[in-house]
Design a binder for this molecule. Structure first.
Ligand code: DAH
Length: 336
């Protein structure tokens, strides 16, 4: 090739690159001119056959051409990266990022907040470290009550403990507000329980409290819990009250949901009874109103408290409470 021929090839190559309409065309020109078997490397290889006198001028012209081709390709947006860009096979499966999901306990808490939100309840919060007054005294629970015992409760000193229930948030809420009050209080609670399939020393409760200057009745409580049961467990789930005792409610009840698995006929989940115990509840004891400075003759209300783990276990069919704390992805991802 003469220098004149080289000049023709040069301007032709630049015109071709300028006219290339897409990445594939640019890549084809890259291969044609500067690829391993392209015409410029071939010319460089052939330099040894060029008469020595002409070599410097010829070499310079080829290097200049190569630089121009590279620049023109780069301006087309591929340049050096062209090889890599084309090597990416878009039909290959991508890299998978594992997305996390909400923990079943968080889901029950959020779902509960949503359901009670429809009824005008807001979410109240309280500390896990409580004092005796909020956790026991103002909840009408005397010092000799077994729940105050050191063998049942984690005490730090005479006045300070890890709360045994979310009920102290009732007291905090009433001390800080005037009726009407409509709150739910989800949170962590602690008892000196030995951990087994259905007990844990650390678990979660959701408290509910409604206090008003209008008369509030047990029927109001039942209808609200029935609505909650249907929303949380599905249509057709019924609620039943059984008489019970709690120091801070009078009358007090234990609340059962009809078994959502067998629809009340009796199965393994409900231990053949057709019912599953989910909560404690009742009408706020007038003595509790006295402790927070409300006039027991002027206000009335109901309260309830249920175990978050319990709801999660029956809703998702989880047989062992410990699975909720082990962070085993094989278990958690089944509920996602
Ligand atoms: N705090 C009770 C418990 O841990 C549950 C409970 C019962 C809460 C009755 C209430 C209630 O608000 O009215 O066993």
């Amino acid at each position: 090739m003469t220098l004149a021929e080289l000049e023709i090839a040069r301007s032709q190559s630049l015109a071709e690159i300028a006219a290339a309409g897409d990445a594939a065309a640019v890549e084809a020109l890259r291969v044609k001119y500067i690829g391993r078997n392209g015409s410029i490397p071939a010319l460089i290889k052939g330099m040894k056959d060029v008469p020595p006198a002409e070599r410097p001028a010829f070499g310079k012209a080829i290097q200049a051409w190569k630089a121009e081709v590279e620049k023109a390709l780069a301006e087309k947006g591929l340049g050096d990266k062209a090889e890599k860009a084309v090597a990416a096979d878009l039909t290959m499966p991508g890299r998978w990022f594992t997305l996390g999901a909400k923990h079943p306990l968080s889901r029950v808490i959020e779902e509960t907040a949503r359901i009670f939100g429809h009824l005008g309840f807001t979410v109240a919060d309280g500390p896990e470290l409580e004092n005796r007054f909020n956790n026991f005294t103002a909840l009408n629970t005397p010092a000799h009550h077994p729940s105050q015992d050191r063998t049942d409760t984690f005490w730090f000193n005479d006045d300070c403990l890890l709360r045994t229930q979310t009920s102290p948030v009732q007291i905090r809420t009433m001390l800080a507000n005037k009726p009407p009050i409509r709150v739910i209080c989800p949170g962590r609670t602690f008892r000196r329980d030995t951990t087994d399939a259905t007990h844990s020393a650390n678990f979660h409760q959701i408290e509910g409290l409604y206090v008003d200057t209008k008369p509030v009745s047990l029927a109001d409580l039942k209808s609200v819990l029935a609505y909650f049961a249907r929303e949380m467990m599905g249509d057709g789930v019924k609620v039943r009250f059984r008489p019970h005792f709690f120091p801070f409610t009078e009358p007090s009840v234990e609340v059962d949901f009809s078994c959502h698995v067998c629809k009340g006929k009796g199965c393994r989940v409900c231990k053949d009874s057709g019912w599953i115990e989910v909560a404690g509840a009742g009408m706020v004891d007038p003595r509790v109103f006295g402790f927070v400075g409300y006039d027991p003759k002027a206000v009335s209300g109901y309260a309830f408290g249920f175990g978050v783990e319990r709801i999660a276990m029956i809703k998702y069919g989880i047989p062992d409470i410990r699975w909720l704390y082990e962070n085993d992805i094989r278990f958690l991802s089944q509920l996602a």
